[in-house]
Design a binder for this molecule. Structure first.
Ligand SMILES: *[C@@H]1O[C@H](CO)[C@@H](O)[C@H](O)[C@H]1NC(C)=O
Ligand SMILES: *[C@@H]1O[C@H](CO)[C@@H](O)[C@H](O)[C@H]1NC(C)=O
Length: 314
């Protein structure tokens, strides 16, 4: 199994094993008056005023004409894309879902010293530190899924809380979290994967954000490919072409598998449906990319977003 971290730092990371402690649940004391209750309801609903969404809707890309698989994205096309670096080197991706939380893969955070991790958002060319839209953050806290299995990569999902809240603007905005039920298959749909990862198995990470479009297959079909059937659990989903060639690769781990939908208003709206998790090599024939299936983790995700502000859908 090849995980989609940039390999050169995997060795460094694996010796820094540390537990991710379960968060203590804070029990709120005292009685709330009506205005406090209203404010809390507003936060849950993602209302503009209390959330500082300022009219921002989730999942709206800044698309400048259509792009095809394997091409650089438009400059700020996916304003929820985040790059995780460890001591200055990109190693994973993540996706902004509220004004202070990102979804990533458990293997991007489990056993890693969070004080050494830096998060870059609002960036297109991650090597260009002079980009005016670029924002750097540190990690306040993070949670790998408690049932993440390092050997099988089952439950490969985690949540990062940023050191400070993000002000949404044209360059930094959240994606929508899929509301699909846990049984949704997405079979035959084309997913969009974005990342600054390697462009091939032996390449170097990309300076600029790139995207590929990959067809999603059923888990039954995935089990007929070159993986062992038991490697593909119900918490995973597979996407890719039989001939390979287009896939996520190292450095893309933790980044999103996105699904674009037309809204009734005609604006495309983008949902997070998967997290880049693992694959055998990159873009090898009959080894599709394997993604964590977001719809299985609604409860886990919501339990960690606490007061984070999700912006409403269009
Ligand atoms: C409710 O509580 C808040 C914070 O304690 C306070 O500022 C506000 O005036 C209270 N509102 C009412 C209607 O009592
Ligand atoms: C990204 O930025 C770096 C540093 O400014 C520059 O050297 C590099 O050429 C840029 N890459 C692209 C593809 O624009």
């Amino acid at each position: 199994m090849m995980i989609r971290l940039v390999c050169s730092i995997v060795l460094v990371l694996s010796i820094l094993d540390q537990c991710v402690h379960a968060q203590k649940v804070k029990i709120k004391k005292g009685v709330e008056n009506d205005s406090q209750k209203d404010q809390k309801t507003a936060l849950k609903r993602g209302d503009d005023n209390s959330c500082n969404c300022a009219g921002v809707r989730c999942g709206i890309s800044n698309r400048e004409g259509r792009v095809v698989g394997g091409k650089p994205t438009g400059q700020t096309e996916y304003p929820w894309a985040a790059a995780l670096s460890y001591r200055g080197k990109l190693y994973c991706g993540a996706t902004l879902v509220t004004n202070e939380h990102l979804v990533t893969a458990a293997h991007c955070i489990s056993g890693i010293t969070k004080s050494r991790v830096e998060i870059v958002m609002g960036s297109y060319n991650k090597s260009d530190t002079s980009e005016p839209s670029r924002r750097e953050h540190k990690v306040k806290e993070w949670w790998a899924h408690p049932d993440f299995n390092r050997r099988t990569f089952n439950n490969d999902i985690g949540i990062i809380r940023l050191d400070k809240k993000v002000d949404f603007d044209h360059f930094v905005r959240p994606v929508c979290i899929s509301e699909a039920n846990p049984r949704s298959t997405f079979i035959g749909e084309k997913g969009i994967v974005i990342g600054w990862g390697r462009q091939d198995e032996n390449g170097v990470p990309s300076d600029v954000l790139r995207e590929v479009r990959v067809p999603i297959m059923s888990n039954d079909e995935c089990k007929t490919k070159n993986y062992k059937p038991k490697e593909i659990t119900d918490n995973m989903m597979c996407a890719g072409f039989d001939a390979g060639k287009i896939d996520a690769c190292q450095g893309d781990s933790g980044g999103p598998l996105l699904l674009e939908k037309q809204t009734s208003g005609g604006t495309p709206q983008i949902d997070l449906i998967g997290v880049v998790s693992w694959g055998q090599g990159c873009a090898r024939a009959r080894y599709p990319g394997v993604y964590t299936r977001i719809s299985r983790y609604t409860e886990f995700i919501n339990s960690k977003l606490s007061n984070g502000c999700k912006c409403p859908r269009s």
